[in-house]
Design a protein around this ligand. Structure first.
Ligand SMILES: O=C(O)c1cc(C(=O)O)c2c(n1)C(=O)C(=O)c1cc(C(=O)O)[nH]c1-2
Length: 247
């Protein structure tokens, strides 16, 4: 293959196939912690650790979306993107995705002040989530939007999670998992918009490679959080300062 051929941009359809292939290969539905969580093999403490740590991801998503909003010069684009912030923050206290996540941590018996303070989260969670926010704050808009495309793959995973958790754990019910009932239609809408944006704007080979790399980076952000959970709470290597289950 000549240099010129190697640098030829992918067609729209080829780029979409390449993006979806990253999900098939690297999305966190394949992580052993998720297999354990959904298969009913987690202890209650492991489920609590997962919910406590993931609160930080949930809480920082609107922060990263606000950073992305700040780099959008087009009002139509901002109108679309600001809905993401409203989905998580709600329009009043007690509403929105973050409040629904806290309903889950409440149901699991975690202290709300501890959860919201994020004092007990793992260093691996903090570093991964902060890396995602920093990426979206500093990289070009196309890459920040491409990084959100893991949401193409989340509705299927969430469906599997809700069914698995309701079947296997007597300490969660549909009310505790309300976050996940609301999320799939939002994710489908968000990711359809983001996918169209990336396919429309990644026209050169360089831009396409950057978009693909952004999505790979994001799968690493998700994977690293579950690796940290596994090491701490399945293998028992809880780092100093992190939340510890009662003996
Ligand atoms: O339950 C999941 O596995 C899962 C995955 C992802 C994802 O793929 O990044 C998100 C969410 N949930 C989620 O609830 C959410 O609000 C969200 C926002 C984003 C993003 O990158 O903007 N991803 C995700």
């Amino acid at each position: 293959m000549t240099e010129a051929m190697a640098a030829a941009p992918l067609s729209r359809a080829e780029l979409e196939v390449a993006l979806r292939a990253i999900g098939a290969e690297r999305y966190h539905n394949r992580h052993p912690f998720h297999r354990r969580l959904h298969g009913g093999d987690c202890s209650k403490s492991e489920v609590k650790a997962w919910a406590l740590n993931r609160y930080f991801y949930q809480a920082m998503i609107p922060v990263k979306d606000a950073a992305i909003l700040g780099s959008m010069p087009d009002p139509a684009l901002r109108r679309e993107w600001r809905r993401r912030i409203a989905d998580h923050d709600g329009s009043a206290a007690g509403e929105g995705g973050i409040a629904r996540w806290l309903a889950l941590t409440d149901a699991l018996g975690l202290d709300r002040d501890l959860v919201v303070s994020t004092r007990g989260i793992l260093p691996g969670t903090r570093f991964a989530v902060e890396a995602y926010v920093a990426f979206c704050r500093t990289r070009p808009l196309l890459e920040a939007i491409a990084a959100s495309l893991t949401e193409l793959f989340s509705p299927a995973l969430i469906g599997e999670r809700v069914a698995g958790m309701l079947a296997h754990y007597d300490f969660v019910d549909a009310g505790a998992l309300a976050y996940f009932a609301a999320r799939p239609p939002q994710a489908a809408e968000d990711s359809a918009f983001a996918l169209a944006y990336v396919l429309d704007h990644a026209r050169t080979s360089e831009a396409q490679q950057a978009a693909l790399a952004a999505l790979r980076f994001k799968t690493d952000v998700l994977w690293a959080q579950l690796d940290a959970l596994w090491l701490a709470y399945v293998d028992g290597r809880v780092p100093p300062g992190a939340w510890r289950p009662e003996p």
